[in-house]
Design a protein around this ligand. Structure first.
Ligand code: HEC
Ligand code: HEC
Ligand code: HEC
Ligand code: HEC
Ligand code: HEC
Length: 441
């Protein structure tokens, strides 16, 4: 065995054809040898992302920093807080929703565990990894989320899935190669200048001393190169009372946009697509989300300021979870830099309603409530897809030399920050400044 493991060290200088046949070890051996818990035990959905990391280093790094890799109750403090409240302990087997059913959350937040109907998410790395490589790359066909009798088929239930890695068509059309070269194919993977043996041709391989199970692949650009890759988990979700909690996909369809999710969320560099997939947790993504500008003119004793916010996205801003929100501060300064006027003291939610852009969920009596208990949707003044909105301010001109507007994004409503502040780290709940605009007078 040790002979096989040393081979990669002497890779350079030997013909790829010869090495190809050396790398491809007997399939039975490789499968029984795979005793590392991060490796396959025969089921593709138990294959950990660390297996893919061996060759796809850059992609792994991007994914690891994404919310997909942090989507379970163990890694995401916001999801974790809600999950523990409405479901229970993510480290326990057999927890259920209040209605006694398997937790619907896991169909999107821990899809590999949902395939096995397991709720103890630390019992396998592939469960605890949440939306990992395999979770997306084994989705074969999107069937839509509308099930029978008005029920929603959410997350993995919206898909047919398979035990073969689904590829984009760029490097996944191997049938001719297999016919002519009988599997001695190597390929370049990211973060590496050395050619690697390709486990996607259907045989296990050994690389850098690590046994890699066979990871057969087929080309499926219809699934991988369109919004179908995302919609099962991102179209919409209702709470137990049928109230929509998020509807990114519906918003997108209504916008009639032609560019799919991937064009913004998976930009390419070289021949690789970025797997960071930023959203509300990503400051650079948030900074690109809107065009924010102010124009101010002195008119007698008044400064007339017009603030324009243009939503560049084919979905609501903010989109996603119902508690995402924006708030805006407008301040006027004298020549020593003191604030002489502002649109609101502190948060504008009560005194300058147009400057607090959010959706309200309400109970039976129309009172604001949390997502699990909502019976209906209340006011919603978030920016619609592609909307351009103007906000007007009249500011007393005396002593004022500068007007400044600041736009903030918040993952949670202020009320939830207060309620869960002790459970969620302050840097997660802190308002994020995403845009500013200044006018000198
Ligand atoms: C032993 C190295 C190795 C491992 C481990 C590995 N791959 Fe690959 N992968 C390759 C090579 C080589 C290619 C072909 C790249 C080329 O030729 O440029 C490739 C290509 C791909 C492609 C691209 C297909 C396309 O359409 O362009 C996908 C998707 C992929 N791998 C997914 C995975 C996933 C998911 C895992 C983990 C379950 C994984 N790979 C593990 C070596 C590896
Ligand atoms: C198997 C389900 C699933 C699929 C498929 C999926 N996602 Fe996600 N995605 C999630 C979950 C769950 C989260 C939330 C993680 C959290 O915040 O706990 C998420 C979060 C996100 C976020 C928010 C990141 C942030 O900063 O808050 C973006 C953006 C995103 N996904 C884009 C995509 C795109 C684009 C696709 C298609 C290529 C896709 N997703 C496919 C389940 C999925
Ligand atoms: C949220 C779903 C999702 C997750 C998670 C995911 N991928 Fe992908 N991946 C895609 C989609 C969609 C594409 C196709 C993008 C395109 O071509 O527009 C893709 C493309 C690829 C490719 C083709 C080359 C490229 O960069 O375009 C490789 C290789 C790959 N993924 C490997 C991985 C590995 C390794 C992981 C885990 C570390 C992973 N993917 C996790 C959805 C995902
Ligand atoms: C024109 C570029 C663009 C397109 C196309 C696009 N998005 Fe976004 N998306 C963004 C930007 C910018 C953000 C960050 C601001 C925000 O949260 O709205 C974002 C945020 C998100 C979030 C984060 C929500 C959260 O709660 O953190 C999700 C989820 C998402 N998009 C999913 C999708 C899906 C699914 C599609 C396709 C149906 C899509 N996006 C199409 C630009 C785009
Ligand atoms: C249809 C798939 C789906 C289901 C089912 C689902 N979620 Fe999510 N959830 C997502 C996606 C996608 C995101 C991230 C993007 C967004 O904000 O829409 C998310 C985000 C969240 C967030 C915000 C996380 C953060 O980091 O801010 C919480 C909290 C949450 N979900 C809780 C739950 C709970 C609890 C359940 C089960 C009762 C559940 N979700 C069921 C797809 C789903």
């Amino acid at each position: 065995m040790s002979v096989i493991k040393k081979i990669p060290v002497i890779l350079s200088g030997i013909s790829a054809g010869l090495l190809g046949s050396l790398f491809i070890v007997n399939s039975a051996f490789a499968n029984t040898k795979a005793n590392d818990s991060s490796q396959a035990d025969g089921s593709i959905h138990h294959v950990s992302a660390t297996v893919c990391k061996t060759c796809h280093k850059e992609t792994y790094k991007q994914w690891k920093g994404s919310m997909h890799a942090n989507s379970t109750a163990f890694n995401d403090p916001i999801h974790g807080t809600f999950y523990r409240k409405v479901v229970g302990d993510p480290g326990k087997e057999g927890v259920t929703m209040k209605n006694g059913k398997y937790p619907v959350c896991l169909q999107c937040h821990a899809p590999n565990a949902a395939k096995d109907k397991v709720t103890k998410l630390d019992s396998k790395p592939a469960y605890a990894e949440g939306v990992n490589c395999i979770a997306c790359h084994t989705l074969k066909k999107y069937n839509g989320i509308d099930g029978k009798n008005g029920k929603l088929n959410l997350g993995i239930k919206a898909y047919e899935y398979t035990d073969k890695i689904q590829g984009t068509g760029r490097n996944s059309n191997h049938l001719l190669n297999a016919l002519t070269a009988m599997g001695d194919e190597f390929g370049f993977t990211d973060g590496d200048d050395d050619k690697k043996p390709n486990p996607h041709l259907g045989k296990p391989v050994t690389v850098d001393g690590k046994d890699i199970p066979a990871l057969p692949m087929e080309s499926n650009p219809k699934q991988l190169r369109t919004s179908d890759a995302c919609m099962g988990c991102h179209d919409k979700r209702n709470n137990a009372h049928g109230v929509p909690l998020c509807a990114t996909g519906d918003e997108y369809i209504e916008s009639q946009a032609k560019a799919d999710c991937l064009s913004c969320h998976m930009p390419t560099t070289g021949s690789k697509s970025d797997h960071s997939m930023g959203g509300g947790h990503s400051l650079p993504m948030l900074q690109r989300s809107v065009v924010f500008s102010m124009e101010s003119k002195k008119d007698g004793n008044t400064i007339k300021s017009v603030i324009t916010i243009q939503n560049k996205q084919p979905h609501t801003m903010p989109t996603g979870a119902p508690f995402r929100n924006l708030h805006m501060k407008v301040m006027a300064y004298d020549k020593t830099g003191n604030v002489v006027w502002e649109n609101a003291k502190g948060h504008p939610g009560k005194t300058d309603k147009q400057a607090y852009m959010h959706m309200v969920l309400v109970d039976d009596k129309g009172k604001p409530t949390a997502p699990p208990t909502a019976k209906g949707q209340g006011a919603d003044n978030r920016l619609k897809a592609f909307e351009t909105r103007e906000l007007f301010y009249d500011i007393p001109a005396k002593d004022i030399v500068l007007v400044r507007a600041e736009l903030y994004y918040n993952l949670l409503w202020p009320g939830l920050v207060k309620k869960f502040g002790d459970k969620i780290p302050a840097d997660v709940t802190a308002p994020k400044l995403i845009s500013t605009s200044e006018n000198a007078l």
